[in-house]
Design a protein around this ligand. Structure first.
Ligand code: PMP
Length: 381
């Protein structure tokens, strides 16, 4: 089969697995134990923290390990709002965008229970947020703005640093879900970002580990969601999963060393794919802007045919019509609908993503398979 769903998850890089293995068996100690064995585990955690920080260009003390981006999003949003409410902050509004991942949208909606008003900003046909709309929403005092850096279905990249700057002008904290973008683009800056969420399994680290970046200067304060042994500065209590954290660190180190070159290769594969498909299927469309999207990912629209009909004809290609985390594949994507596609157009679309293990021969095979499937359906074969 050919795996084309790197936005849903990535395999663990064998180098990551190799680095993790001794921490399951040889160095299994609790990283908070005082004995030398524990200290060895602790050292490994701190090395991983440095490796993550180095990829992000931030301080190691700003890195909190979590179980994934879902947890990081929850801690960031609920934690920041809870803390600010406890400080008797008068603002009662949180702003987000309708195309966010469910682990942001559902959290923000749940804040209604705390008396928070939620503003969900629309996006344009390109999947981008209008800066003026954000400014207008910020006229009402706002606790927090949460906007993702790259979308998990369309791979559209938002100019989050600019949006964060606007949020700061109005005194709001800016949280960014960076699960899809980390390691994928060059010169990613967290300059104006107060809180950022990452996921291990999107960058060739294992599932079950993630990171929350919490800015130190000026310091962003969070209330914990659950209480315990005060690990991770009390923001995320619980015994640290040392092997997973070691894997996360190694994955970030590899991204630091190879990410740039990898991105160039993926950009080339994407161009090859789009050119090939456009040549074979003249009316094929791309949802969103190609330039403002992640290197190896694209959301394709095949006018006139159901995406599921295409996918059913090419079972050896591992593709999904939408986010693996949410919708049933029979439902049109809420992200595409928000970008102004009709229900029919959304059901004729699916995302495709290349990654580290993709080869040029696979890209060519994908072009052929998709083109054949499309023409067979159109010809009623
Ligand atoms: N945010 C985005 C943008 C994602 O793509 C994902 C994973 N689909 C998540 C959050 C959730 O990450 P995790 O699986 O690590 O909880």
């Amino acid at each position: 089969f050919i795996y084309l769903d790197y936005q849903a998850t990535t395999p663990c890089d064998p180098r990551v697995v190799e680095t993790m293995l001794p921490y399951f068996t040889d160095y299994f100690a609790n990283s908070h134990s005082d004995h030398s064995f524990g200290q060895r585990a602790n050292q490994a955690v701190e090395t991983a923290r440095e490796q993550v920080a180095s990829l992000l260009g931030v301080l190691a003390q700003e890195i909190i390990f979590t179980s994934g981006a879902t947890e990081a999003n929850n801690i960031a949003i609920q934690g920041a709002v809870k803390y600010r409410l406890k400080q008797n902050h008068t603002a009662r509004q949180v702003i987000t965008v309708c195309t966010e991942h469910k682990s942001v949208l559902e959290v923000v909606n749940a804040l209604a229970e705390w008396g928070i008003d939620v503003v969900t900003l629309p996006v344009n046909r390109e999947g981008l947020v209008d800066h003026e709309a954000l400014k207008e929403a910020l006229q009402t005092p706002t606790l927090l703005v949460s906007i993702m850096a790259a979308n998990n279905e369309t791979s559209i990249i938002q100019p989050v640093n600019e949006l964060a700057k606007i949020a700061h002008e109005y005194g709001a904290i800016f949280h960014c879900d960076m699960a899809q973008i980390i390691g994928k683009i060059d010169h990613l800056s967290l300059e104006n970002i107060d809180l950022a969420s990452l996921s291990g399994h999107k960058i060739y680290a294992p599932k079950g580990v993630g990171v929350l970046y919490v800015r130190r200067k000026p310091r962003v304060r969070l209330s914990p969601l659950f209480y315990g042994g005060y690990q991770e500065r009390g923001i995320r209590s619980g015994t640290l999963p040392v092997p997973l954290i070691v894997g996360m660190g190694k994955a970030c180190e590899i991204m630091c060393q190879e990410g740039k070159e990898e991105a160039q290769c993926l950009i080339y594969y994407k161009k090859l794919l789009i050119d090939g498909l456009k040549h074979n299927i003249v009316n094929i469309k791309i949802n969103g802007s190609i330039k403002k999207s992640l290197p190896g990912s694209v959301n394709l629209h095949f006018p006139g045919v159901q995406a599921l009909d295409i996918l059913n004809r090419i079972p050896h290609l591992c593709l999904s019509t939408g986010s693996a985390c949410t919708v049933s594949s029979l439902m049109p994507s809420y992200v595409l609908l928000a970008m102004g596609l009709s229900k029919e157009e959304a059901l004729q679309s699916f995302r495709l993503s290349f990654g580290r293990m993709t080869t040029q021969a696979q890209v060519r095979e994908v072009i052929d398979a998709l083109s054949c499937a499309y023409h067979d359906i159109m010809a009623g074969r």
